[in-house]
Design a protein around this ligand. Structure first.
Ligand SMILES: [Zn+2]
Ligand SMILES: [Zn+2]
Length: 387
């Protein structure tokens, strides 16, 4: 049985960059890759440079008119008024030079991750540059231009005939992927996120369950603001096992946004890095139990790029390599030396967060109880059908 993993990366992925003030910053890819290399957990033979996705591949999900608009925006050929119709040139998705090429490279990376796994060259593949789950068929949204996960899932269906379970643990609802496969019986989407009551994109309620032949295969677990590790893990672990057992996927695609952390400036959840250590551990078990190991993982959100994302994303790779236990104690000093001078904050000392990460949450019991009820509603149709 193949049991190796592949890490998709090249410096060109960092060209997906809106501007210096924008919260989305792919220097986190470099920070993560360096951290793994500094602990000797990532060798050059495991690195694979991404390719650029073709228009035909991007067209598996996106409208030709939209692809054309993205191309024109990246080369100064579209007025702001027309660009805005496509969600481009906005505060969230400003125009930048060569934006089509940069976005197509992130898509190509996720497609390559799929190919490595499906062609039997790797059991697991990681493209941290991907995970742009808010991209829609004809519209950019929430920092996302092309939806690499949706494209990769459609590719898995069309080319390889796979039944795909998509698991999204970003703090925001994985709306783009959900709507792309809302009526599809071969794709199940599970999103665990902060409730959309006060957070972008506002969707992802327990009542969004899919439609037609896809009914029951969109599963949403919207948790309350200020939810902590214990409750988040209960939601994730219960949901992911029950959904996998219900759907019986051929492959899992996990989206690993790291923005549920207490430090994240854009969301209101209170996870510590412990949550991000458990997520890939359980995903890995599911991949081997149900999918003969087939697991494609992508990145996603994560806006504390210095203190949170490098550790959270390293855990995914370390888990793929069965080296997660090495992520304890102090971080490599070489990594500190290299990056502390560039960081506006003090980099974390250790793999673990301090127990005093934040003051006690006063409504803890109430929040946990509410989440528990949400989980029951989210899984009701699955549990009911299995009786
Ligand atoms: Zn997010
Ligand atoms: Zn494995």
């Amino acid at each position: 049985m193949i049991n190796n993993s592949v890490f998709i990366y090249s410096e060109e992925q960092l060209t997906y960059k809106f501007n210096d003030d924008h919260p989305f910053n792919h220097i986190r890819l470099q920070l993560t890759k360096d951290l793994l290399q500094d602990m000797n957990a990532l060798s050059s033979t495991q690195l694979l440079a991404p390719r650029i996705a073709t228009d035909e591949e991007i067209g598996l999900i996106h409208d030709p008119g939209y692809i054309d608009a993205v191309k024109k925006c990246g080369h100064g050929g579209l007025s702001i008024g027309i660009a805005n119709n496509y969600g481009l040139g906005t505060e969230d998705v400003p125009m930048f030079a060569n934006m089509h090429e940069a976005s197509a490279l992130l898509v190509g990376g996720t497609l390559q991750a799929v190919e490595e796994v499906m062609e039997g060259r790797a059991a697991h593949a990681l493209n941290l540059g991907g995970g742009l789950h808010h991209g829609f068929r004809g519209k950019a949204s929430g920092f996302c231009i092309y939806n690499d996960s949706s494209i990769a899932i459609e590719y898995l269906r069309k080319v390889y005939g796979m039944r795909v379970l998509y698991i999204d643990t970003d703090a925001h609802h994985g709306d783009g992927v959900q709507w792309a496969f809302y009526e599809d019986p071969d794709v199940c989407t599970l999103s665990i996120h902060e409730t959309g009551r006060y957070l972008f994109p506002g969707t992802g309620t327990v009542n969004e369950k899919g439609q037609g032949k896809g009914f029951g295969l969109s599963i949403n677990v919207p948790v309350d603001a200020f939810s902590e590790d214990e409750s988040l893990l209960e939601m994730y672990e219960t949901a992911v096992w029950e959904v996998a057992d219900f759907f019986k996927p051929d492959i899992i695609v996990t989206q690993n946004g790291a923005d549920a952390h207490y430090y994240d400036p854009l969301t209101h959840l209170s996870a510590s890095v412990r949550f991000f250590k458990e997520i890939p551990r359980i995903a890995h078990e599911i991949a081997h139990d149900y999918c003969d190991g087939k697991w494609v993982a992508v990145g996603g959100g994560g806006y504390d790029i210095w203190r949170v994302v490098p550790r959270a994303w390293s855990f995914i790779w370390l888990e793929m390599e069965e080296k997660l236990e090495e992520a304890t104690g102090p971080l490599p000093t070489s990594w500190h030396k290299k990056w502390q001078p560039h960081a506006p904050v003090k980099l974390p000392e250790a793999w673990e967060d301090p127990s005093s990460l934040y003051p006690p949450i006063p409504r803890r019991d109430e929040i946990n109880e509410k989440n528990h009820k949400t989980l029951e509603k989210a899984l009701f149709h699955i549990r009911n059908e299995r009786k």
